[in-house]
Write a protein that binds this ligand. Structure first.
Ligand code: IMP
Length: 432
């Protein structure tokens, strides 16, 4: 019985989807615990590319149970579209369970998201527009619709009759022109309920049952530590807890079940949206890295900002998540860079900061302390795959020094190295 949590250590887009897919091979259950359709995971299997926003990444493996936990905000339209798309490609999707306690992203949340953003001025986070913030606001404000409500017409009707007029007032006050009608939403939501019925379950009880039977459970984090509502760059992050502890609250599994906590570190840094980014790489070198890494959002298609690996961020993530291992991704992308640097600390007001500051004002004033590293060669995908098959020693010595430095500095041992998008391009150093 193991509970492995996979979280991002940076600003999301660390390549968690690929690591999860790799680990899912040996997992009996994959569970998502936070976020919603703001996430975008790309999984490449047998040359086929799959993009998921809500479905857990183990869904392509028929023998793996996939759980959407209570901590996730579920957009039923998006979830059903992903199920339909997979079924259209010949996957049965019989292995999916959605928590009856998960909150629903309603159409009015998607109306409110851009309206709120438009009025936020300097507080704008550059959201994905998927209604995530407004859905979590309703959850905390106790005006949310839960997945279980979709299966209880009377409950749903009562809630919508109360909540929708409130939302219409807010939409109008924010300058929105759309009016949502309780009748239409009721019809739509009961249809979602009918289609989702086969998947809805008490997933906490289901996970408990599986743990008792000795299952290996993989908890799939979305976004990343520095987007977390508590530990991230408030107010520029997302609206959920993205750290390992949320795997417990977001699935209804006790924290003692979380036995392995893997932090995914992209070999460099990227972020979408606004806010300070001390190790940001601008100019031709940044453009080159963005192109080589194809750093464009899975959900929004937006070009991501890129920068050097930032160890202040990774050390912080190691602490707040209690990481037991690092999974370093996209090492191949750095191959052939004309120069290579790592941000080891920040300089602020004549002082050296080793801890990530809470204040966005301070963070915006931070200058990166950069250490140079010798770059390793550019190989084609085949070169990396052949090296991965032979093991760590076949990788370039400069790359090995780079990742050893990362492990030393963060105080977390290396667990997995990834040198390409495919399952084959993965070195598992955990010795199990
Ligand atoms: P929201 O989650 O759509 O409310 O967006 C809030 C902030 O989090 C924005 O800066 C988004 O770009 C960012 N964000 C949300 N999800 C992801 C993700 O999966 N990867 C990277 N950034 C994300």
């Amino acid at each position: 019985m193991t509970g492995t949590v996979v979280v991002g250590t940076q600003w999301g887009d660390e390549g968690k989807g690929k690591i999860i897919d790799y680990l899912a091979e040996r997992a009996d259950v994959v569970a998502r615990f936070q976020g919603g359709a703001n996430a975008g995971h790309t999984v490449i299997v047998g040359g086929e590319t799959y993009k998921f926003h809500l479905l857990p990444s183990g869904v392509l493996r028929p023998g793996t149970l996939n759980v959407v936990g209570n901590g996730v905000v579920v957009d039923p339209e998006q979830l059903l579209a992903e199920v339909d798309a997979l079924r259209g490609r010949g996957h049965a999707v019989a292995n999916l369970r959605v928590s009856d306690r998960a909150h629903v992203v309603m159409p009015y949340h998607k109306t409110l998201d851009p309206l709120e953003e438009a009025l936020k001025g300097g507080l704008k986070a550059g959201t994905t527009g998927r209604g995530i913030g407004p859905a979590y606001e309703d959850k905390v404000g106790r005006t949310g619709i839960r997945v279980g409500d979709l299966l209880e017409p009377e409950t749903l009707r009562g809630k919508l009759d109360t909540i929708v007029p409130m939302k219409n007032k807010i939409i109008a006050a924010l300058g929105g022109l759309e009016t949502h009608l309780p009748n239409d939403l009721f019809r739509q939501a009961t249809q979602w309920g009918e289609r989702l019925r086969e998947f809805v379950a008490d997933t906490s009880a289901l996970l408990d049952e599986r743990f008792r039977a000795g299952a290996r459970v993989l908890f799939e984090g979305a976004q990343g530590t520095h987007l977390c509502i508590d530990h991230g760059i408030y107010p520029f992050g997302t609206s959920s807890n993205c750290v390992a502890g949320a795997a417990s609250t977001g699935t209804g599994v006790g924290p003692r079940q979380l036995t392995e906590i893997l932090g995914v570190v992209k070999a460099y840094t990227s972020r979408v949206g606004t806010g300070p980014f001390p190790a940001e790489l601008l100019g031709p070198l940044g453009d080159r890295l963005r192109e080589k890494g194809q750093e464009y959002g899975t959900t929004t298609g937006r070009a991501r900002r890129v920068g050097w690996l930032d160890l202040v961020m990774v050390r912080y993530a190691a602490r707040v998540n209690g990481l037991t291992g690092l999974a370093v991704t996209r090492l191949d992308v750095l191959g052939g860079m004309p120069e290579l640097r790592v941000c080891t600390a920040y300089r602020h007001g004549g002082k050296t900061l080793r801890e990530f500051p809470a204040s966005m004002r301070v963070l915006a004033e931070c200058e990166p302390v950069l250490q140079e590293f010798p770059p390793w060669p550019a190989w084609d995908g085949k070169g990396w795959r052949e090296a991965a098959a032979k093991g760590l020693k076949a990788l370039p010595a400069d790359l090995r020094e780079y990742v050893a430095f990362l492990a030393r500095e963060s105080g977390v041992p290396l667990a997995i190295l990834s040198v390409g998008a495919g399952r084959e391009d993965t070195l598992d150093l955990r010795g199990n």
